[in-house]
Ligand binder design. Structure first.
Ligand code: ADP
Ligand code: MG
Length: 402
């Protein structure tokens, strides 16, 4: 394995000289609060120490010259600020270009292009938000590189919203605000208790004592995810419309569990009822989970994670045999406080809270059972809770292993 300096890679690809600057944005894992973010509810994500790096240098023309060490086969990809193709870009540069397009749409003028090198160590496409990481990364780079067109005055929350707009409109994925917000605002050793209805939030210390967060990637491709995701959005909208005939609310998560149980008989369709039930209960669970963590009650937090998974499996129906197997096998292991799917589901990852002295046996036991039942391997990550989007002061120190 070679330990390679990113600055050398940049100079190698784009030549020496000029003002080369570096940035980092983490991936994220949502600890609890799933499918609440487009229903105006609470989510509880934290940043990871895994993330995406960008080295960039201003050009004196309008060209965009980009290279990702994760997509070496694509080679150096050249385009320009005058070549945006909404919804039809064919390669990874649609994410940084989408952010540039979104800024222009919102009235910010970009005057010059960039040489850009990207490297990330978040497994792509597994629900840890490598796409949001790359979007917000592009946003903070542009904020830092521009000093007079208003972009430099944007807050991290503004950049998160631009990233979401890029993903919705340029890339064409109809995501909520959680991912971009989480990777922008993350803080080392804290999770973000975010109200997606109005973007108010508070940081909650992730004090797990002798427990750690273990993420398992199922390695199941999320082929169904986008269409099912949009289907769930529409089911939630239909349920909301029915509930609104009984109570004046603007989103499902404005209902408490008690409110919901009082008026739920207005929904006759069992499927719509189950979707709404998950959403309202999950929102309440998220609030309770935050209280449990604040009280250092890891076991209660874990119990709520288990309930969250059951609800996503039975009422919201977004899990699948891979995620269910991982959670079920986790539940059989010693020292596991709780376990659930995280992200959009249908594949992607689970998150578990596991006691330090049991992590090795957990990985061994769940890994073996998963491979036996599913036929291929899962990947395990003992996650560090990392900082949000930031500039890197000393580029000489940024290395990656090849
Ligand atoms: P997720 O956000 O769950 O990881 P997505 O499918 O939304 O999955 O985003 C993954 C895509 O984001 C990749 O296929 C690639 O286009 C882009 N991407 C993420 N990280 C990088 C990277 N380091 N370099 C280039 N593109 C990246
Ligand atoms: Mg994504």
């Amino acid at each position: 394995m070679n330990h390679i300096n990113l600055l050398n890679e940049f100079v190698d690809k784009f030549g020496n000289g000029g003002d080369i600057r570096g940035y980092f944005t983490p991936g994220r894992v949502n600890l609890i609060g799933e499918y609440t973010d487009f229903n105006g509810g609470y989510v509880f994500p934290c940043g990871l120490t895994m993330g995406t790096y960008m080295l960039a240098r201003k050009r004196d023309d309008r060209k965009l010259i980009m290279y990702s060490l994760n997509f070496e086969n694509d080679g150096v990809i050249q385009s320009s600020l005058d070549e945006f193709e909404i919804g039809s870009e064919k390669n990874w540069t649609m994410y940084p270009k989408g952010v540039m397009w979104a800024l222009e749409e919102k009235g910010y003028q970009l005057d010059f292009g960039y040489d850009i090198l990207v490297y990330g160590n978040i497994p792509n496409g597994s629900g840890l938000s490598s796409s949001a990481s790359l979007e917000v990364l592009t946003g903070i780079m542009l904020k830092d590189m521009n000093s007079r067109n208003g972009i430099h005055e944007m807050t991290l929350a503004d950049i998160a919203l631009i990233g979401q707009y890029a993903e919705n409109k340029y890339v064409g994925v109809n995501c909520g605000i959680m991912d971009q917000f989480a990777v922008a605002m993350a803080k080392k050793d804290y999770a973000i208790f975010l109200d997606t209805n109005n973007l108010t939030y508070k940081y909650v210390p992730v004090k797990l004592g002798n427990y750690k967060i273990v993420i398992i990637s199922s390695n199941k491709k999320r082929s169904l995810a986008d269409s099912k995701y949009n289907e769930r959005r529409s089911e939630c909208e239909q349920a909301l419309a029915l509930l609104q005939t009984r109570k004046n609310v603007s989103c499902l998560c404005e209902l408490t569990v008690a409110d919901f149980n009082e008026i739920k008989d207005v929904i006759e369709d069992d499927v719509l009822l189950a979707r709404a039930k998950h959403t309202v209960y999950e929102n309440e669970r998220t609030k309770n989970a935050v209280t449990a963590l604040e009280n250092n009650d890891i076991l209660e937090f874990g119990k709520l994670m288990n309930e969250s998974h059951r609800s996503l499996r039975d009422d919201f129906e977004v899990t699948g045999i891979e995620l269910d197997t991982l959670v079920e096998e986790a539940g059989k292991c010693e020292g596991v406080a709780g376990s659930r799917m995280t992200g959009a589901g249908f594949g992607g990852c689970t998150v578990s809270i596991v006691r330090d002295d049991c992590i090795d046996s957990f990985i061994e036991q769940v890994g073996r059972a998963y491979e036996e039942k599913i036929g291929y391997r899962a990947d395990f990550y003992v996650a560090g809770v990392g900082d949000g989007a930031h500039k890197i002061d000393n580029l000489e120190e940024v290395h990656y292993d090849k």
